[in-house]
Every structure is written in C-alpha cells, then in structure tokens.
Design a binder for this molecule. Structure first.
Ligand code: G3I
Length: 308
C-alpha cells in the first residue's frame, strides 16, 4: 500500500511525512523523477528532490516506485524544441535512462518505464504521437525497457497507463502492446493501472477485475498505481460514503488476484492534491482530509485490505 509523494509538503509540512510513514509501505515520486524535473538541461541533472524522497523512503523502510522514465508530459523544452535527429534522440534517451535508473539502481522496487504511450480511442487510438514516437518510431518502447533493465537489473519494469483500467478499446490496446512486447522478449514485467476515478462515473469493477485477470494471465504483475476518486463539489456525506465504496471495490478487485501486487494512491491527503488544479470544481479525492483526518474511504480501504 503506497502513496505518491510531493517534495514540497514533504519538506514543509511535518504532518505530511509523519502520516505518510505511519500509514504506507511504498512511495512514488509524484514529480521529482520525471524527465523535466530531473533533467532540466541537456548537460545537467537535478537529483536533490528525488534523492530526498528516496532517502525518506529508505529511512522509513518503505519501498520505492520510480515514475517515470519516458512520458510525453513534463518533458523539458531543451528536448522538445531541440529538433534532434533520431540518432541524437536515441543517445539522449539512453543517457537519461542509464543516468537516472542507474543512480537509483537497487533502490527501486518498480519503475514506470513508459507512461501513457497509447493514444485515447477518442483521438484515434494507436501509439500516442509524442516527441519519442515521432522521432524514434514505435521501437522506442522496446529500447526504453531494455535500457532500463541494463541500468537496473533488479527493479520490476512496468508499463503505466490511464483510462485502460476496465475492459474497453484502450485496455485492449494496452493488453496487445504488452503481450507483443513480452512475445519479443522485451523485459516488461508489469502493467500499472493508474485508476484516476471520478465519482460522477464510478468504474465497472467487474471489467477492472477481468482486465487484471487477463494481464496477470500473461505472466505480468499488475499494480494499481495512481488511485484517487475525485468528487464534484460540494462534498457531502453521501458523496464521501460513495467514494468509500469505490475505494473498497477497487481494492477488493486487486486483492482478488494474487499478482495484483500493490495499490498506490495518487496523494493521500486533500491538503496536498493535484486534483483541484487540474479539475476545477472537484476535490476531496484522497483518503485523508485536509486536516489529515481519515475519511470514510480510509476505513473502507483498511477493511478491504483486511485491516481494522
Ligand atoms: O515545480 C514547479 C514550480 O517550480 C513552478 O513554480 C510551478 C508553476 O509553474 O510548477 C511546478 O511544477 C508543477 C508540478 O506539478 C509540481 O507541482 C507543474 O507545473 C505541473 O504541471 C505538475 O503537475 C503534475 C502533472 O502530473 C503533470 O502533468 C501533477 O503534480 C501530478 O500529480 C500529475 O501526475 C500525473 C502522473 O505523473 C501520470 N499520470 C497522470 C497524473 C495526473 O496527471
């Protein structure tokens, strides 16, 4: 059971780190290990924040998820505006992966090696058109996973995606992608189902269970990597109770499958959440409120996990 960690509250809000260490056994760096934050200039890496999160996790006996070696967002302008050739970008990407995954080699339980490479069906599906796919072609996925394995022989290597949690065209595309990768001997070991949920449209839990089942039947591990359940304001008791049921249902779907190995929340307190900034009019997505008090979702999640 884990949570994404933001460096600012970890540094500035003592309660944040206390509750995090007390309640969770795994952390994901919410932003600190992404391409832009960790590699702000071509010849400069910025490890201070990522190191602080790794140090915090190790000091508290917590496992660490690395997030994310390759993504189309939070890519620095020196790269997106660089006009690099295929060979130049291959060199840049390999150096990035060898440097970042190499630095934390042996400390990372799982890497989100590639994040969100599949285009939404509403935009035509297929491979998302990004600086990576446009310049390197679809082979960038295999190369990225192979370089990550070379840089860190121990970390479990994941493909991570949103919107493909239940059964549907996007999860079919993810399933096909990883099945073919595994068939080519690419070291993909798991699929991350992000699980960013909206209480207005609760998930089809049977579909999630079926998708987890078919992915694990490929021999892959599944992790719920970014679980949150945003609520349209005003936040009421009924909505909090409904949110608790969604957290419970998702946890039970994962717990039912042996190779669904982890559940990570995308933030754990409403005090520090990405949701209000990205979804105006929504909030309350976490299991602790802004005063670090457990919400109904905390209790339902604990019960689903077999706790108190
Ligand atoms: O750190 C800078 C700060 O120096 C600057 O003053 C400020 C204003 O420009 O921006 C700060 O960076 C922001 C960063 O969060 C840290 O707060 C970025 O602008 C902002 O874009 C970034 O948002 C993150 C978002 O990914 C980026 O797309 C969210 O925190 C983060 O929760 C979100 O997480 C993603 C996962 O990585 C992948 N799955 C989807 C999920 C939600 O989008």
């Amino acid at each position: 059971m884990g949570a994404a960690v933001a460096i600012a509250p970890l540094r500035n809000d003592p309660s944040y780190g206390q509750v995090l260490a007390r309640e969770f056994t795994m952390v994901t760096a919410e932003n600190a290990m992404k391409f832009g934050p960790i590699h702000p200039e071509r010849a400069r890496y910025a490890f201070t924040d990522a190191d602080a999160i790794v140090d915090f996790a190790q000091a508290n006996g917590m496992k660490i998820r690395g997030h994310a070696l390759v993504w189309h967002q939070q890519v620095p302008s020196w790269l997106t505006d660089g006009g690099f050739s295929r060979d130049e970008l291959l060199t840049i990407l390999r150096d990035h992966i060898m440097t970042v995954a190499g630095r934390f080699s042996g400390k990372i339980a799982a890497w989100d090696v590639v994040n969100e490479a599949v285009e939404d069906p509403s935009r035509g599906g297929g491979l998302r058109r990004t600086v990576w796919s446009n310049t390197l072609g679809p082979q960038y996925l295999d190369m990225t996973f192979r370089w990550a394995r070379e840089a860190d022989p121990q970390a479990r290597l994941f493909y991570n995606e949103y919107g493909g949690e239940g059964l549907g065209p996007k999860s079919d595309a993810v399933y096909a992608l990883v099945r073919e990768s595994v068939g080519r001997g690419v070291p993909v070991q798991g699929v991350g189902l992000q699980m960013h949920l909206n209480l207005d449209s609760p998930p089809n839990v049977q579909g999630i269970a079926a998708n987890i089942q078919r992915l694990t039947a490929l021999g892959l591990e599944v992790q719920i990597t970014e679980l949150d359940v945003r609520i349209r304001e005003p936040i009421t008791g009924d909505k909090l109770a409904a949110q608790a049921r969604v957290y419970r249902d998702v946890a039970q779907a994962c717990m039912a499958v042996q190779k669904c190995a982890a559940i990570i929340l995308w933030g754990f307190t409403d005090r520090h959440s990405w949701i209000p900034g990205f979804f105006p009019g929504f909030g309350g997505g976490s299991i602790f409120d802004a005063a670090y008090q457990p919400k109904p979702a905390y209790l339902s999640l604990a019960q689903a996990l077999g706790g108190r």
